[in-house]
Write a protein that binds this ligand. Structure first.
Ligand SMILES: Nc1nc2c(ncn2[C@@H]2O[C@H](COP(=O)(O)OP(=O)(O)OP(=O)(O)O)[C@@H](O)[C@H]2O)c(=O)[nH]1
Ligand SMILES: [K+]
Ligand SMILES: [Mg+2]
Length: 363
């Protein structure tokens, strides 16, 4: 039996099995097996999926991947936002490769990738699915474009394709410490009460992956799927914005209903509706910091700024100003929300926040 058939079998068995306390353990094991076959299929663990993506040079401060079914308006958006031309047409699969473009927002240079439309079964290699998904894995954020005139089910279908290949949307990395050991068996330590995991289930799932000695420290109440994610590894956690396009074709009541959903924005790319808000929402989800630098007895330069990743420290800022600055670094003065007083004298490990102003003092 091929892997695809094995996967289909297990999926069928999972959907046939009633979900209750008595079947929980069995279902957990099935999920473990399913994740294993999927990993084999995609070969992500061996790096097979790498390099299969479209080879587009990463440039700018962050990368956004446009994912959606055919003809939802992805290329129309790329052309509008970036001025790069990507062919737009009313027929499906107009775009057959990856077209990069970029736009500036809040001083950040944001790269956006227009990709071929994906179809159901993409995760198994249908269409250009594998390439699109591999490229999506290299991005910092997914912009999932949906057609607001079409069935609402499209969103769940696309989410499933991405889930299948280990992309987790708008979710945090489960707080589990997991380490494979040389001996001593499986040591399972839940720090908080678990609703789904048991020592037996954890041990048996690990056995499916031929892991017989490991330390598992679970620091939050997790689902079986979250546990499996940690075991399989190679998961990618990305922010996702759901963008419903073509609202010019639906009623105001319908627009209102869609707009109320989480992480969702309604737009009409063609009619220029809500595109400024779209840029703002992209910026927010990329979690970038804009930091201003200042010289002694001068005002900060609010036109120029450093664009850093969330979590960046004063040391990171030094690096992005000049390579050798860290060596000469004595201390920094910081004004902004990251400090108690303004200015505050801080060391290299001080964490910066958006819109902080920083002045570096050298030895
Ligand atoms: N009514 C309406 N039509 C739009 C809007 N945006 C794009 N379209 C139309 O939707 C069709 C598909 O647009 P594309 O940009 O080619 O869509 P795509 O998602 O890139 O399609 P593929 O590359 O084939 O996957 C075109 O006929 C566009 O004119 C919009 O806001 N409203
Ligand atoms: K199209
Ligand atoms: Mg296109």
């Amino acid at each position: 039996m091929g892997i695809l058939e094995k996967i289909a079998d297990i999926e069928q068995e999972i959907s046939r099995t009633q979900k209750n306390k008595a079947t929980e353990h069995h279902l957990g094991l099935l999920k473990g097996k399913l994740a294993k076959y999927r990993a084999e299929l995609l070969d992500v663990s061996t790096g097979g999926a790498k390099g299969e993506g479209f080879d587009v040079l990463k440039s700018g401060d962050a990368r956004v991947a446009l994912i959606g079914f055919p003809s939802v308006g992805k290329s129309t958006l790329l052309s509008k936002l970036t001025g790069t031309t990507s062919e737009v047409a009313s027929y499906e699969f107009t775009t057959l490769t990856c077209i990069p473009g970029k736009f500036m927002y809040q001083g950040a240079n944001i790269q956006i990738l227009d990709l071929p439309g994906i179809i159901q079964g993409a995760s198994e290699g249908k269409g250009r699915g594998k390439q699109v998904i591999s490229t999506a894995r290299t991005s910092d954020m997914i912009l999932m474009m949906l057609d607001s005139t079409k069935s609402h089910a499209q969103r769940a279908q696309l989410e499933k394709e991405l889930e299948t290949v280990g992309i987790r949307l708008n979710r945090k990395i489960p707080d589990i410490y997991y380490k494979v050991k040389k001996g001593g068996g499986v040591s399972y330590n839940p720090i908080v009460k678990q609703s789904y995991l048991t020592e037996k289930l954890v041990t048996e799932i690990l056995h499916q992956y031929r892991v017989f000695n490991a330390e598992v420290l679970v620091r939050q109440d997790v689902t079986v799927d979250e546990f499996i994610d940690v075991i399989v590894g190679n998961r990618i956690y990305l922010p996702c914005l759901y963008v419903y396009n073509k609202i010019d074709e639906i009623t105001i009541e319908q627009v209102d209903k869609i707009a109320r959903e989480d992480n969702t924005l309604v737009v009409s790319v063609e009619q220029d509706l809500n595109l400024d808000e779209l840029k703002e929402q992209i910026w927010k989800r990329l979690n970038l910091l804009r930091i201003y630098t200042k010289r002694a007895s001068e005002y900060p330069d609010f036109d120029e700024g450093l664009i850093l990743r969330s979590g960046a420290t004063v040391e990171t800022a030094c690096h992005s100003i000049h390579r050798s600055l860290v060596d000469d670094f004595k201390y920094a003065a910081v004004w902004g929300t990251s400090t108690k007083h303004n200015p505050q004298r801080v060391g290299a490990q001080h964490k910066l926040e958006n819109e902080d102003v920083i002045q570096i003092f050298k030895k």
